[in-house]
Design a protein around this ligand. Structure first.
Ligand SMILES: Cc1cc2nc3c(=O)[nH]c(=O)nc-3n(C[C@H](O)[C@H](O)[C@H](O)COP(=O)(O)OP(=O)(O)OC[C@H]3O[C@@H](n4cnc5c(N)ncnc54)[C@H](O)[C@@H]3O)c2cc1C
Length: 321
């Protein structure tokens, strides 16, 4: 049976949400294929308390410590994780999607001659085989991947954020601690990490979110949607083009390179529904989309949809509210 090892990424003494996505995947895998779940966390003695949040979530927690591992460093993390995995015979190494995880997963795959599948957003069991589901060609098609002899070989996966629902477990965890021996010459020096500036509003905490996309077309249409957000007692968020256009600040971006939200209501205005956006909203309780294109993919994840020009619908809504 495979050991399912989940890489726990942390920053500023907090576990990143993507690690919980990876754990949620691990639980799903375990329900289909069995196996013990372990968490792997690299940190310093001073920051060891980070692992407290993991207690009860996995069968084993590996804590590998060294002052140099306090923050992510590509060469050191690669070396330490590679050495750790080399001691294992059969494992599934799971990483939640971040740019660091991409880097680690691909480098580990090369160093360990191990298959890797990135961006997984679903798995299914068919006749005792496991298919991994992910998008290809920028979300134009959804495909299934099968690893031959997957039960016998180790392999690596990265998990698209928001794809698996994390539910807290209550597992008695065994803690395994060790000091890392780091004897490599570094080519990269990390000068430090800085916290990104966050605005006054945290879109992940709001129960009503109004998402605007490129379909808003012009900044002059912003006051209309701002008024709608105010009347609905919600907050404005946006797709990447809305952020790139400067209509909203970066902390309002929803999606794979933005935030994952789970509001009671998500109102998508002029958003096509690219998978990079959908992963950030799909766990919302209610999704309503307004888009003038009846074939826009957003309608496939919406509970209600209005096929119309938003510059007609929003003023009509404002009159009613
Ligand atoms: C690595 C990577 C990461 C990414 N991360 C993110 C991310 O985090 N978040 C994200 O959102 N995107 C992300 N993207 C971009 C993503 O692929 C899409 O390009 C983006 O989500 C599209 O935004 P949109 O729906 O606003 O624009 P479009 O795809 O251009 O859609 C605009 C929609 O508005 C509709 N429309 C136009 N005019 C009107 C009107 N008057 N009334 C009603 N509807 C109208 C159109 O029919 C269309 O469906 C990422 C891409 C990559 C490659």
């Amino acid at each position: 049976m495979k050991e399912i090892i989940v890489f726990i990424e942390h920053r500023f003494s907090e576990i990143l949400n993507n690690s919980y996505d990876a754990l949620a995947f691990a639980y799903k895998w375990q329900s289909l294929r069995g196996g013990e779940i372990s968490c792997l966390i690299l940190t310093s003695e001073e920051k060891r308390e980070i692992f407290n949040n993991l207690k009860d979530l996995a069968n084993k927690i590996y804590l590998i410590k060294n002052k140099l591992l306090e923050n992510y460093h590509p060469e050191l993390y690669l070396k330490v994780i590679k050495d750790f995995l080399k001691e294992k015979e059969n494992y599934l190494f799971v990483l939640g999607q971040t740019s660091n995880a991409y880097e680690l997963a691909s480098s580990l795959a090369i160093e360990l001659s191990t298959p890797v599948i990135t961006d997984i957003n679903g798995i299914e069991k068919v006749n005792n085989e496991i298919n991994f589901i992910r998008y290809f060609y920028g979300g134009k098609i959804c495909g299934k991947i099968n690893i031959l002899d997957f039960n016998k070989k180790p392999f690596i996966v990265t998990i698209q954020s928001g794809s698996f629902k994390f539910e807290k477990r209550d597992i008695k965890s065994e803690i395994i601690e060790r000091e890392a021996n780091i004897d490599i010459e570094k080519n990269i020096e990390i000068l430090g990490y800085e916290k990104e500036e966050t605005g006054e509003i945290d879109i992940t905490k709001s129960e009503i979110v109004i998402g605007i996309g490129r379909g808003l077309r012009d900044k002059k249409n912003l006051p209309m949607v701002e008024e709608l957000a105010k009347k609905l007692k919600g907050v404005l968020a946006g797709s990447r083009p809305a952020i790139d256009a400067g209509w909203l600040t970066k902390d309002r971006q929803v999606g794979s390179s933005g935030k994952t939200i789970k509001p009671k209501l998500y109102l998508a205005l002029g958003i096509s529904g690219a998978f990079q956006h959908i992963v950030g909203i799909k766990n919302s309780d209610l999704i309503i989309a307004i888009n003038k294109d009846p074939n826009a993919p957003i309608f496939s994840v919406s509970h209600y949809g209005i096929v119309e020009d938003l510059t007609k619908v929003v003023p009509a809504l404002l009159k009613k509210l």
